[in-house]
Structures are given as C-alpha cells and as structure tokens.
Design a protein around this ligand. Structure first.
Ligand code: NCD
Ligand code: ZN
Length: 337
C-alpha cells in the first residue's frame, strides 16, 4: 500500500466563521493543518484591532489542543499608516473584497482607483503587509475573474513592492497573469482543481458545489491543475473552505461556498498522484506558503494511505450541520489516525 507524508500543511485561505459554526469547523482544520490564513468576512467584518484579537482568542479556544496557527487578516478599508503600524504584528495580510461581490462583503471597495487606494497600499507596502484580493468584477458570472485581471495588473504596476495574492484563481488567464509580475502570487482551491461547471449544473443542480468564484471550464481546470501540480513557487493551496448551514445551501437564494476543510488534503493527494506529481505536493501545501509569507513549519506530519475513505454525508455539532464537497462519495486516500 502506497504511503504519502506531508509536513506541516498550511491552508492559506480559510473561513472559520464564528460562534457555534466555529466550534464545529475549527477542529476539522486544526486536526490536519498546521495553520491557516483566516478570512475576515464576519458580520460585521474584522476591521479593528480589538475585534481581531478577540476573534483570534475565540478561534484558539475552538481548536482545542491541536498545534494550529490562526493567521489573522484584516478586512480592507482605507486605513492610516499609524493604525497599520500598530496592528502589523497581529496580521498576516489585509483582505480586499470588491463591494458586495460575495458573502459579507458589502463594506468592500467600490471603485478601484490606484490614486484613491494609494495611501493605504503605500503604507502596507512600506510595512511589508501583503494584500490578498477576491478578484471578481460584477459582470457576467463566467467572466468576472477575467474582467478583474486589469485591476490586478494596475495594482501590481502601481505598487511594485506590495505582495499581492490573487485568491482562489479559476481561469487560464489568471494562471498566465500571476506569472507575469514579480509581486503577484496566487492561491488555488481543491474544488477549482477538480470540478467544472458541468459538475454544478450539467445534470441535477448541486447547491453544495456552488461557490464564488463559480467553477469554470475544462480548459481552465487544466491550466490550474498544470500550474498547481508543477509546484510553481508562486502558487499556494488555499481551500476557501466556506461552510454554510445545510438549510442555507438547500434553498432558494442558496449561499455561495463549498465546505472542504476535512477532505481537501485527501483530494489533493489523489489529484497529484493521478497526475504523477506527488513530489510537488509538499510545495503546494506548505513550502511555497512558507517562502511567500515567511511562515515557520511546525512538527505536524500527516500520513496518507492508499485506502478507501468514504466522505461523511455531513458534519454536525449541536444545531450546526454542514455538508462537505463529495458527500457520501469514496476517495482513494485516507489519513492515517
Ligand atoms: C465565501 C464565504 O462564504 O464566505 N464564499 C465562497 O463562495 N467562496 C466567500 C468568498 O471567499 O468568496
Ligand atoms: Zn473565501
């Protein structure tokens, strides 16, 4: 039986939510990951130091004894340099959402004007604080990421010392762009590496596979798989695991977000193995993030065996019930206890 060992995997894009949902999902990440970059799109968003530190405390309580680093992000607004200087040591990045583009992003940026954004972005650049971006326009849903690429490009040129992370890229065009500018980097999810739009609505409608940005075409998926499995140094794994209550996914106006935290690593082992690229998985799930963000790996090692793993139909605690991607299906790799 084949075995794969990963050292200190990091999830560089994770939604942990709050309250009861946090208590359900946090242990499911902290069990297998050494740390994660925590998204700030709570209601209200995390945009002040006290709120951020308090949220971090709640996360630490929810992960229990597991050795897991919650790496906090701040919701992008125009901040003063003094404010950023003061909060700098508590955050790993500032996360920018275009206004209204996804879950809890109403307070995001309305107009992308490099002059208007300059005071905050120059301060971040001087203080070495990376900028993480949900890059979508409000145009036609399949074109939203490509329509946003000129914004990435203008920011990369206007702020050449600012590290800009293109979150959850989904298209071939984004794969091309990230390689064009030294200060652009990207995360890729497990679901964008394995799904296309056919899986979401090619047969029966699958609300648990609905997310922002929507999964794309075969050509796009191929480009994503190619760059991720190559171990390219600018590409990191970020699950964008985004749990919503089962009842909020299975209704009219279903929420966007795919829950993958407890199964993403097994999916990645299978994908890299199927592509004969297992030797690059360590880079994708840990080493590249360590280099880009300056993280220190911990001693956690996760062992995978080529043995069937049936994905649970749901994960549940108290009143909280969430359905993972591929619920009820069989993966070829399991995590060894
Ligand atoms: C995320 C969420 O639910 O918070 N949803 C999603 O579909 N990915 C927000 C986001 O990252 O877009
Ligand atoms: Zn997200």
């Amino acid at each position: 039986m084949q075995t794969v060992i990963l050292n200190s995997p990091f999830d560089m894009h994770l939604h942990l939510r709050d309250d009861e949902m946090l208590k359900l999902v946090a242990p499911l990440s902290s069990k297998t990951f050494s740390g994660a970059l925590i998204m700030p799109n709570l209601m209200p968003p995390v945009d002040a130091k006290e709120a951020l530190l308090f949220y971090k405390q709640r996360i630490k309580k929810a992960i229990g004894d597991n050795d897991f680093a919650p790496m906090m992000t701040l919701f992008f607004k125009n901040y003063s340099k003094e404010f950023l200087e003061d909060i700098k040591d508590e955050i790993i990045a500032v996360k920018l959402y275009p206004a209204g583009i996804t879950t809890n992003s109403d307070g995001g940026v309305e107009v992308f004007d490099t002059v208007e954004l300059a005071p905050t972005l120059n301060a971040m650049s001087e203080l070495n604080i990376p900028l993480s971006i949900h890059g979508e326009s409000n145009g036609y849903v399949m074109d939203r990421e490509t329509e946003f690429l000129p914004v990435y490009e203008s920011l990369a040129i206007a702020f050449p010392k600012l590290k800009i992370i293109m979150e959850h890229i989904t298209t071939k065009e984004a794969v091309d762009l990230v390689q064009k500018y030294d200060n652009l980097y990207a995360t890729i999810t497990a679901h964008h590496l394995t799904l296309t739009l056919d899986d979401v609505l090619g047969n029966m409608l699958k609300p648990h596979l609905f997310c922002k940005p929507i999964v794309k075409s075969y050509k796009d998926r191929e480009a994503l798989v190619k760059i991720a499995t190559s171990g390219h140094p600018k590409i990191m794994f970020g699950s964008d695991s985004a749990p919503h209550l089962k009842e909020n996914k299975e209704k009219d106006n279903a929420a966007a977000g795919i829950f993958t935290a407890p199964i993403a690593l097994q999916i990645l082992v299978q994908l890299f193995n199927d592509n004969n690229k297992l030797e690059n998985l360590q880079k994708f799930v840990s080493d590249n993030a360590c280099n880009i963000y300056g993280l220190k790996p911990n001693k956690k090692t996760i062992t995978f065996k080529e043995k069937d793993f049936k994905i649970p139909d749901f994960y549940e605690k108290g009143t909280q019930k969430v359905v993972p991607m591929y619920a009820g299906e069989i993966l070829k790799w399991s995590i060894e206890a």
